[in-house]
Design a protein around this ligand. Structure first.
Ligand code: PMP
Length: 428
């Protein structure tokens, strides 16, 4: 494959955009080389500026569940755009999509739309703090909740009780209110509650983690978090930016039958346009301005184009009784195929999968938190990534990202992918 135009475009982009990209992981820093510049996409495929075609396993980091340029979604956007793109007033469509989302997701009465997953999580935490009148939050190492200050906190050496900022620009004052815990470790969370009695407003968690590869919650982990929150007067926030409307109609709350207090959404509910949302029961949501004292706002929030795309997407996810089953079956087929060819080629690996989220870790041991995720062999991953790219298969350019399966994928695509992985495994 030739990447002449992509590499030229990357050089030009670097002159005027920091690192040539508007979101860091796109720069291929984790795997080396030039990023490919995408010109267009349709169904399960991406087409780059050099005319190469790829089977897409990123799907815009999750939202293209129905495939790229899905016609009903595109038509909804076009029809809406003809009537104006933003009014800064309420519109009927916002109520319709809110009603639909509330009917699909368990345990929520009201939802507010924002413009990104970052905004959704940031606002959810402010709401949790306003509701509980407490300052501290617990987050898990390896979970990502967007780039707002409170979340850009990593453990110092191993696990530290108080977070330290992992980006310049995040103040120590902010970092001290974010307590870090290990994913899948309830005892650790319990200890944090004991050491910070009546100070913890919320736990925020990716209920199926997707930002350290895919990591499923161990049995009892999510219900244990819920119980600890209830016992300690804290709020449980599920960050379902990746999992919402993907793993089940009602997200992880439905899948694992655990109720969260606040749920954050993103990506999917915009059908590929910039959207996020957060939702909860009336008691919590009524704290929000203009009803209550917790302020949160947005000029483009509930934007007509984004709402039109999202509404169409949710309508289809809601009415297609088989979609989540189909997604699961396709992903399980892929898992089985990859498992077979990597085993036959004596590669050390672990595959984690929940529904249509899957990741391959190049380590033979169980991967259940950030520490175990870091044990993966990154050199093997880099080679795996580039060899697949050469064969027209586009997986995320980082060992810490999940693959997202789209319903537009055919079994021929999956067979071709498995065949390529078999070829690549021989040279890893
Ligand atoms: N939460 C999770 C779980 C995410 O994966 C992401 C982004 N991938 C975000 C929040 C932030 O969303 P956004 O990039 O739309 O701000």
């Amino acid at each position: 494959m030739l990447y002449q135009r992509s590499s030229q475009l990357f050089i030009e982009a670097n002159e005027v955009i920091p690192g040539g990209v508007n979101s860091p992981v796109r720069a291929f820093k984790g795997v080396g080389g030039f990023p490919i510049f995408i010109k267009e996409a349709k169904g399960a495929y991406l087409y780059d500026e050099d005319g190469n075609k790829y089977i897409d396993y990123i799907n815009s980091w999750g939202p293209m569940i129905l495939g790229h340029a899905h016609e009903p979604v595109i038509n909804a956007i076009i029809e809406k755009a003809k009537k104006g793109t933003s009014f800064g007033t309420p519109t009927e469509l916002e109520t319709k999509i809110a009603e639909l989302a509330v009917s699909m997701v368990p345990n929520i009465d009201k939802i507010r739309f924002v413009n990104s997953g970052t905004e959704a999580c940031m606002s959810a935490i402010r709401l949790a703090r306003g509701y509980t009148k407490r300052d501290k939050i617990i987050k898990f190492s390896g979970c990502y909740h967007g780039h707002s200050d409170s979340f850009l906190i990593a453990a110092g050496s191993g696990l530290s009780t108080f977070g330290v900022p992992n980006s310049p620009g995040v103040t120590e004052g902010t970092a001290k209110d974010t307590l870090l815990a290990k994913y899948n470790d309830l005892e650790n969370v319990k200890a944090l509650f004991e050491a910070n009695k009546n100070e913890i407003a919320a736990i925020i968690v990716e209920p199926v983690a997707g930002n350290m590869g895919c990591i499923p919650p161990k049995s009892g982990f999510l219900s244990g978090l819920k119980q600890l929150c209830s016992e300690n007067g804290a709020v449980l926030v599920f960050d379902e930016v990746m999992t919402g409307f993907r793993l089940a109609k009602g997200g992880v709350q439905e899948l694992f039958d655990v109720d969260a207090d606040i749920v954050c959404f993103g990506k999917v509910i915009g059908g590929g346009l910039p959207v996020g949302a957060f939702a909860a029961r009336n008691e919590i949501m009524n704290m929000l301005s203009p009803l209550g004292p917790v302020y949160q706002a947005g000029t483009l929030s509930g934007n007509p184009l984004a709402m039109a795309a999202g509404y169409q997407m949710l309508l289809e996810l809601n009415s297609d009784q088989e979609i989540f089953k189909r997604l699961e079956e396709k992903t399980a087929y892929l898992e089985k195929g990859i498992d077979k060819v990597l085993s036959e080629n004596n590669i050390a690996f672990t595959i984690n999968r929940v529904g249509s989220m899957i990741s391959v870790h190049f380590d033979k041991n169980e991967v259940y938190d950030f520490e175990t995720a870091k044990n993966g062999d990154n050199d093997t991953f880099k080679k795996f990534f580039h060899e697949l790219l050469k064969r027209g298969i586009y997986i995320a350019p980082s060992a810490y990202e999940t693959w997202f399966i789209t319903d537009a994928l055919t079994y021929e695509d999956l067979d071709y992918t498995i065949k390529c992985i078999n070829e690549v495994a021989k040279i890893l």
